[in-house]
Design a protein around this ligand. Structure first.
Ligand code: ZN
Ligand code: ZN
Length: 95
């Protein structure tokens, strides 16, 4: 079976993320986060997120990682961003 991938890129095009098209269709995989850290990371009122298992995301390029330890639940979140243009790429909960 062929899996159709949808690909997005950061502002400068240095990093891309591809995910299966089927994940985008299901609304349970999409959500907004209004926490202070997401707002500061994106410079916006909320982050618009696609939640998926790590194995389903194909990252091309080398994002820079910031370890965000000032989260409300105390878990350290890896926040990946493009070091060239600053675009947020993904957030990863190590657990
Ligand atoms: Zn970039
Ligand atoms: Zn958040």
């Amino acid at each position: 079976m062929t899996v159709n991938l949808v690909t997005g890129k950061c502002l400068c095009g240095q990093i891309s993320v591809s995910v299966p098209e089927t994940i985008l269709i299901e609304s349970k995989n999409v959500g907004l986060c209004y926490c202070k850290n997401c707002r500061q990371t994106g410079g916006c009122l909320a982050s618009y997120n696609l939640y998926l298992p790590e194995k389903d995301a194909i990252i091309q390029g080398e994002p820079k990682i910031y370890l965000d330890s000032s989260t409300t639940n105390g878990q350290i979140i890896q926040r990946a961003f493009c070091e060239n243009c600053g675009s947020p790429i993904y957030g990863r909960n190590p657990s």
